[in-house]
Each structure stands twice: as C-alpha cells, then as structure tokens.
Design a protein around this ligand. Structure first.
Ligand code: VG1
Ligand code: CO
Length: 544
C-alpha cells in the first residue's frame, strides 16, 4: 500500500454554508471534487498526526463511496485511527458524542441534513472540531481559502475497507475501527434521562407515541432506544429504515414534509405524542394529539421544565437561541434569572457558549434543540426530554404548552420559506429592503411603528469574533418583529426565509391561528420586501 500524491486544480465553489458544504450529488461526483475538499480540510488543520478522526454520515446516496475515499485520504495524511460508524452510519449528534467521549481530534460528517437525497438530489460534508461541534467560521474560512489554491491531494492506494463488520483493521499505518453506530449515543441518553419512568409511560397501556424517522438516519437509533430499550410496541417507529433516497421524500421534520405523521397526529385516532427527525438526526418536530409545538416554544418549555429531568435537575447556566428564533425562551430565562444569548443562525455559533459554560440549552426555530451534552442539535434527545417531562407531569402536550402560555404569554411565530428563487431576484429583494433601511425607523404601517431596522451582527462573547450580515431585522415598538434571511443550506437558486413574531399576553387570544395572529405582519413584510414581485411566487413553498 503506497501513498499517492495526485495533482488537482481548485474548484471555485467550495465555500461551506450554514452547515458544511452542500451540493448536488452530480457536483460531488466530479473527479477530485470531494478529494479536494477533504484535502482542504486536512490542510487547514494542525497537529492531527497519529490522532483519531470520527467518520460517518446519514446514509444517503454516495455516503459509502465517500467514506472509502476519506478513509484512504485520512491514512495518507497521517491520522492514527478512524472510528467509522458501521455501514458508514452516524447521526450528527452521535458523531458529536463520539468525538467528545473518545477525545478525538475531530470528525467528518457526511450529510446534507434535511435536503433530499439520491442520485439526482443532494450530498454534503462538514468538519467538526475536537469539542464535537461544527467548525467555527475561522476554520471554515481557512478550508475555503485552501480549496481555492489546492494543487494536490494525498491518498493511500489500497482496496476498500469492509465497513459493515465491527472491529479493527489496518489501512497502511492507520487503524480503521468500525463501531456500533448507536451504543455510545444510547449510553449518553441513559445518563441524562429517567429511562425507568419513560419506560413506564410507554408500557402502561394508556400512552401511545409515534416516531417518524422519515427513512433517514435516526431509524436504527429510534428502534434501539424507544422499542428495544424503553419497551414501546413494535411499530412505534415508522419509516425507520434509512434509505439512500429517504424514500423519495424531504427528510425534513416539519408540517409539510412529515405528512404521514401529521396525518396520523391530526386524525381521529391520534396517539398522545408524535415526533419526527431529519436526514442526519439533529432536528426534531414535536406534536401532541392534534397539536403542533413550534420549535421556539419547545425550547422554552424544555427550559421551564428542565429541573424535572435528571441530567438538568441542578438548573441551567443559561439559554442560547438563534436570532430568528422567537423570544419565548428569553421569558423563561428572565424568570429563572439566567442569561439568554442571541446568536446568528447555525449551530456553530453555540459552541463557544457551551464550552465556556455560559449556556446549557440551545435552540433554533428550524426544529433544532440541544444542550451541553454534545455540540450539535439533537433530535432524539429532544424527543426523550419531552417524554421525560410527560412522564413526570402526566399531562398532555397541549396542556403543558397552554399552561406555559398562560404563565409567560404566547409568542406567535411563523416562518415562510420561498424555495428555489432565482438568485439574482433574491439578491435584488435584499437590496430593495436595504435601500429602505435608513428611513424605516419611526415609520408606521397601520398600528405598527418601526422601532429599529438593521442587519444582525454578532460579537461572540467568548472569543470576540464578529459575524456580520446575519439577517435583516425589522422590529416594531410593540416588540413584534420581521426577519429576512437568505438560506445558507439550499442548493437550488436561493431560498428566502421570512420569520414573523408577535407577543400576546392576553390568554383570550392564545387560541388564534398564528397565520391570523400574524396577518398584519405578513402584509407589512410584503409591503416592505415586495416578495411576490421579486420571487415571482404567489405564496410560500413551506409555512411552519
Ligand atoms: C438552516 C436553518 C438553520 C440550521 C441549518 C442547518 O439553515 O435555518 O437554523 O442551523 O439549516 O440545519 P439556512 O441557512 O438554510 O437557513 V441542518 O439540520 O440542515 O444541519
Ligand atoms: Co440536520
């Protein structure tokens, strides 16, 4: 087995987005495309000789091929060991857990998360650092810079490794260790939650749940934890076999794409609790019987009830949420007397706060919730957290959320996505809003007066790094807001995200449909951004 150095030339489009590099499979299959990016990762790291790399992905099309390429490149570049999930499978939170547990140098996760998979869909790759979290911007910037000047990459000339059989083998001087994809993660969950109590809830005959893995990576994890360990009846987990194309669907746990679950949970014989997770297992959607919990509310409810859960019984150090996420969690933090941090979109911005012990729980409006147990958002963790709360409180999901609103008021919230918009039109829309920004403050729209209009900029309180242009915020004097952002994970044209939020303390209005409660703000957003004109779309692709 010899180390080969192969000549290559750079690709101009390898800039990591909100969460790694995401492109269509056909782009990744171009000669040297994946290799260039992997070498660019290695070139921007120092001190990994002889150290351990964690490797795995969500099982989508091209996962297995990419694993073989990366193993041979890791061996040629001098890693001492790669821990690879069996069959190339590791959920994003499991990879984070394994990096931390074994003190690995870092990890490579193969996933395009909630984007569809298959030969005509998307693939992705991201690098996580030794704390188990996504590489911060200074690392992703270095990777991008390297990718633009790369001239060669290294690989070991060797046959493929058997990644389906557990155990160790050698690839040149490097050890390849094929590990069980689930067990370390399951052990971590058992250390945080009251499994005995959850088991009792799931087996007492009066409580039913449905977990929809959307044919994505959490299937094996959900089967092992909910059915095998916690005793839920067979069939509790649906779509639980990971498929390379996720069965042709979007593995995105929202009201549109998790349609089978939504139909069940809003149907006549709905279970008590429903949940779904995304392609790589870091997102979650929580449903009660005929009741949807917004991710922003979910974060707030978990925070308010954290003391009921063994892993969080001593209280929270702080809460962090991404800027577009509703301020529901801020109200809980205020009552608990702890800090609440507002970060840009993307989990990489939570890492420093978690490492510094400033935050315990983190969340994003995009169905992402997590804590300091790993450095990624964690779908099944959120499901277990809810189950633990339900097992202790013995109330329904709806009762718990309604009572939460009574205590804290309700933050009406919705996100409207306009997908696959022509890029130049989307940027023209952003320019159009920018042009108005200096004159927006003080302007009135019906009953609403603009309090501020800015581009969100974040200064990391731990390392002082500054991230600019993280979304346009238009805030009104009554505390409601409109936020505009362009997605950093889409692969087709541009995706416009419009985030809407208003606060309603009056219990008598808590029953309103959010689209009705937010109706004025939706109209104002259209007036300010001319969304129909610029996107050419009459209505959003997805409303959550
Ligand atoms: C989206 C979400 C963001 C999330 C990111 C990665 O990013 O809005 O909150 O962190 O996806 O999640 P964007 O740039 O498209 O808005 V995942 O589960 O796709 O890794
Ligand atoms: Co994801």
């Amino acid at each position: 087995m010899s180390i080969q150095t192969l000549a290559t030339s750079p690709f101009a489009d390898q800039k990591p987005g909100t969460s790694g590099l995401r492109k269509s499979v056909s782009i990744f299959q171009q000669p040297h495309y994946l290799e260039n990016f992997v070498q660019a990762i290695f070139n921007s790291l120092e001190g990994f000789q002889g150290k351990t790399l964690v490797l795995g992905g969500d099982g989508r099309y091209y996962n297995r091929e990419a694993v073989q390429i990366i193993l041979k490149m890791a061996a040629a570049n001098g890693f001492g060991r790669v821990k690879v999930g069996q069959g190339g499978i590791l959920s994003t939170p499991a990879a984070s857990c394994i990096i931390r547990k074994y003190g690995a140098f870092g990890g490579i996760i193969l996933s395009a998360s909630h984007n569809p998979g298959g030969p005509n869909a998307d693939f992705g790759i991201k690098y996580n650092i030794g704390n188990g979290g996504p590489a911060p911007e200074k690392v992703t910037d270095a990777i991008f810079a390297n990718s633009k000047t790369i001239t060669e990459y290294k690989q070991l000339a060797a046959p493929d490794v058997d990644i389906d059989r557990l155990g160790e083998s050698r690839l040149g001087d490097m050890v390849v260790e094929v590990i069980d994809s689930v067990s370390d993660y399951q052990a971590l969950m058992e250390s945080l939650f009251d499994f005995d109590r959850i088991q009792h809830l799931l087996t007492n005959g009066s409580f039913r749940m449905c977990m929809d893995s959307l044919h994505a990576v959490t299937g094996p994890y959900a089967h092992a934890i909910f059915e095998k360990r916690l005793g839920a009846p067979a069939g509790t987990v649906i779509h639980g076999v990971p498929l390379e194309d996720f069965g042709g669907g979007h593995p995105d746990p929202n009201l549109v794409y998790a349609h089978d679950l939504v139909e069940l949970m809003f149907g006549p014989d709905a279970p008590d609790f429903g949940a779904a997770s995304d392609g790589d297992g870091d997102r979650n959607m929580i449903l009660g019987q005929r009741f949807f919990v917004t991710p922003s509310d979910s974060l707030a409810v978990l925070a308010a009830n954290a003391k009921l859960v063994p892993g969080y019984k001593d209280g929270l150090a702080g809460i962090a949420r991404s800027m577009p996420t509703s301020a529901a969690a801020d109200r809980v933090a205020a009552r608990l007397g702890i800090d609440c941090y507002e970060t840009p979109t993307g989990w990489k911005f939570f890492g420093n706060l978690l490492d510094a012990g400033k935050a315990t729980l983190c969340g994003e409006e995009s169905f992402g919730t997590g804590s300091n147990h790993v450095r990624e958002k964690d779908g099944l963790w959120a499901v277990l957290f809810w189950l633990n709360i339900l097992a202790v409180r013995q109330e329904s999901v709806e009762q718990i959320v309604r009572e939460h609103w009574q205590t804290y008021g309700r933050n009406f919230y919705s996100r409207h996505d306009y997908e696959a918009v022509q890029s130049d039109r989307a940027h023209a829309l952003v320019d159009y809003i920018h042009a108005q920004m200096p004159s927006l403050k003080g302007k009135t729209f019906g009953a609403y007066t603009v309090d501020y209009a800015d581009d969100f900029s974040y200064t990391d309180p731990v390392d002082g790094s500054v991230s600019k242009n993280q979304g346009i915020r238009i805030g009104f004097t009554d505390g409601s807001r409109i936020v505009f952002r362009l997605s950093g994970t889409g692969t087709q044209g541009a995706t416009l995200r419009l985030y809407l939020e208003s606060y309603e303390p009056n219990i008598a209005k808590h029953h309103l449909d959010p689209q009705v409660a937010l109706g004025d703000l939706i109209a104002i957003a259209e007036e300010i951004a001319q969304i129909k004109h610029y996107t050419g779309m009459e209505k959003p692709t997805v409303i959550t």
